[in-house]
Design a protein. Structure first.
Length: 340
């Protein structure tokens, strides 16, 4: 009987000990608030999200972030607008059609402050002007990707109807596929993000850009949040932006360490280490603030207005209605995002 009683007491102590350990885990953050962050692209193009996750910057903020990458900017906008997810990171062109429809999506943090998209032809192409693309085929990575609104706007500004005068065809983001499409004459021009083009250039491709000068200084990537979370739980958005700012600062100040993190996070993008490093350095460069005194994520309203103006041109523009940017650009969290 004494042995049975002793065993019962021992089991009780073990249970109490386990409960105590469980309580300790709650304090140290295993019950962090769970957040899904939808990314328009996977890997290096959005390196700051992976570094924030893998170096514990999200965890430091008390949030457990699941990164959901890879279906293009239009998909991310659709999901954030429908409140399927609260937050996403996109190429900013993708959000304009939603704003045009009055969908309550806030731009809360501007990641890249210059245009990361190019619209180009092979160096030896006879096409020297956008108007010469009439009747031609233009390749893009995906029909839902962020470069598509820019392509449509540039075509429209040159007097071409993007639905009638050209064919816009999805080619994918793989450098070999893009190069093959050019060599076989399946496309006459191509538009994609820096990550797509680096892989193409890594194969020796030489190009000539058709992007007008006024399109080069427009914003290109940012964090969006639906209006509901900005109203009900802005603290979560603040934590996301601060973690991203920390990760960006980390990479800018120590790109070698950032490279080691990314090699582990997405090893398939670093099988060619030289090309992988070129990818990363390119995107780190895109996230460096134009004016460091303004901090990370600063939203340049004048460049946004230029973006809206450019995408409002033509008979069938991307932006058909007046967009009041005061309703969609939200800088309220940026001071706190830079408080680290």
């Amino acid at each position: 009987m004494k042995k049975i009683t002793a065993m019962i007491m021992l089991l009780a102590l073990l249970v109490l000990s386990a409960c105590g350990n469980s309580d300790t885990k709650e304090v140290t953050g295993t019950n962090d608030e769970k957040v899904k962050l939808l990314l328009a692209a996977e890997g290096t193009a959005m390196y700051y999200a992976y570094i924030a996750r893998d170096l514990g910057f999200f965890e430091e903020e008390g949030i457990d972030v699941e990164l959901l990458p890879g279906k293009g900017g239009s998909y991310v906008v659709q999901q954030v607008g429908a409140e399927t997810v609260d937050l996403g990171i996109i190429a900013v062109n993708s959000v304009l059609p939603a704003w045009d429809k009055g969908i309550n999506i806030k731009m809360v943090y501007q990641v890249n402050v210059t245009n990361l998209f190019d619209f180009m032809v092979p160096e030896d192409s006879k096409v020297t002007d956008i108007k010469q693309l009439k009747g031609k085929v233009i390749g893009v990575t995906d029909l839902g990707s962020g470069e598509v609104p820019m392509v449509r706007s540039i075509l429209t500004s040159a007097g071409l109807n993007p639905d009638q005068d050209v064919t816009i065809r999805a080619i994918g983001a793989d450098g070999t596929s893009i190069l093959t499409a050019f060599e076989k004459g399946e496309i006459d021009a191509f538009s994609g993000g820096a990550h797509d083009l680096i892989s193409l250039y890594g194969k020796g491709f030489k190009s000539r850009s058709l992007v007008p000068e006024e399109y080069k200084s427009i914003p290109s990537t940012g964090i969006i949040a639906n209006g509901k979370i900005m109203k009900d739980n802005p603290e979560v958005v603040e934590k996301i932006t601060r973690a991203v700012a920390k990760a960006t600062d980390y990479a800018i100040n120590d790109p070698d360490a950032a490279y080691e993190v990314m090699k582990k996070a997405v090893p398939e993008q670093y099988t060619d280490e030289k090309l992988g490093r070129l990818f990363l350095d390119t995107f780190i460069g895109l996230t460096k603030p134009l004016d460091p005194d303004k901090g990370y994520g600063y939203i340049y309203e004048d460049s946004w207005q230029r973006l809206i103006d450019q995408f409002s041109e033509g008979d069938d523009p991307v932006v058909k209605n007046e967009i009041n940017l005061d309703e969609y650009l939200d800088s309220s969290l940026l001071e706190k995002a830079n408080d680290f």
